[in-house]
Design a protein around this ligand. Sequence first.
Ligand SMILES: Cc1cc2nc3c(=O)[nH]c(=O)nc-3n(C[C@H](O)[C@H](O)[C@H](O)COP(=O)(O)OP(=O)(O)OC[C@H]3O[C@@H](n4cnc5c(N)ncnc54)[C@H](O)[C@@H]3O)c2cc1C
Length: 379
Amino acid sequence: MKTLILGAGYAGLATATSLKPIPGLESLLIEQNAYHTFETRLHEAAAHNTPVTLPLLPLLRGTGVHLEQARVDYVDLDEREVGLKDGRVLMYDTLVVGLGSVTNFYRIPGLAENATELKQLSDADDIFNFVNRTFDNGYQGNRDIVVGGAGLTGVELVTELAQRAELLSKERGLPPFNIYLVEAGPKILPILDEALRAKAQQTLEEYGIKIMVGHRIMQATADSVTVQTQGGEQKVIKAGKIIWTGGIQARDIVRGQKIEKGPGGRIAVDEFLRAKGYSDVFIIGDMGLALNQEGKPVPTTAQHAGQQGRTTAKNIMNIVQNRPLVPYEPTTLGEFVSLGGLMAVGWMKLPWNQKLAITGGIAHVMKRASEWKWRSSVD
Ligand SMILES: Cc1cc2nc3c(=O)[nH]c(=O)nc-3n(C[C@H](O)[C@H](O)[C@H](O)COP(=O)(O)OP(=O)(O)OC[C@H]3O[C@@H](n4cnc5c(N)ncnc54)[C@H](O)[C@@H]3O)c2cc1C
């Protein structure tokens, strides 16, 4: 059975590294980069240039999966073909699509043109270089940073940037820049409960981050954003760098007459993670719209992408060995938000669906532990 796995993110890489070389299975992983990116740590790369990639080839040893570094142009489920940017067209018996998500700019005028995203290594490099430039003695421009979106990514990013600014400020004797965290909704980190959110908010305030909840970005230019309060009052914030972390949508690269799409353009899948209407196609990670035990969409997180990848690998081997498929059973083991340095807040799942709230250094260790767990699962 010829199996193509598209994307070596959390979902695709978990599939590839969970496969075993079994008779009758021929698998090819197609990824545009020669490395896997730890997307969950891009904010650290943006502030401190921390390494956040892993070369793919060594990770595939012993799996029987081959790697092709290429860019996918389109996927046509009705024709059963994958078109590559270099013009080649590949056929498959079974297809796994894990090409992730792209930033959603919600058509806010000027935002896509003027804001940096935080989705890949080049975005992190761009932010890192800006921060360094602002501490050059000859730098003349505006040094302030506006981050739009106070979800997990935005909050993790501003705390790391504040730390970096503090460090460079001491080193080079210049004042730190201002960081504005702008959020249209009424609160930061809506995924957390009240007590953890309050702790996170206090940490941000201690860093001197200017939190502007209830402020919607209405437009952006090269050096400013215009924000509006719920009461209709408008303000202009001048900035040297605008970063948008306010939303994602599934990568729009798959076509097929029977495809059903849900919120964020995610492709509806059945209990085995197969695209509805296409029993040979698994859509996993941020692109897929899997439902949990209560019928609610599974969150777009690395944790769930990895689980989906591992279930899909089992099912590919089950198909080859003529065994029944196993359904996907999502579990959220916990959620942690890093707040710069050794600080984090979050919760972990306990037996009987209890949650244990954790803050401070221990939460930081838990967050790191989940990253190490991911790394050792693919290594
Ligand atoms: C800064 C940041 C912090 C985050 N923090 C957390 C966190 O703490 N916890 C958590 O659970 N989640 C977190 N997330 C979300 C998490 O990273 C995503 O949910 C996860 O990466 C989704 O996995 P995926 O495999 O679907 O996609 P991805 O990991 O994005 O992988 C997609 C892969 O497809 C490749 N690709 C894309 N297009 C093409 C193409 N045309 N051709 C070939 N290859 C292609 C990409 O290079 C990439 O390797 C964070 C995200 C960001 C941006």
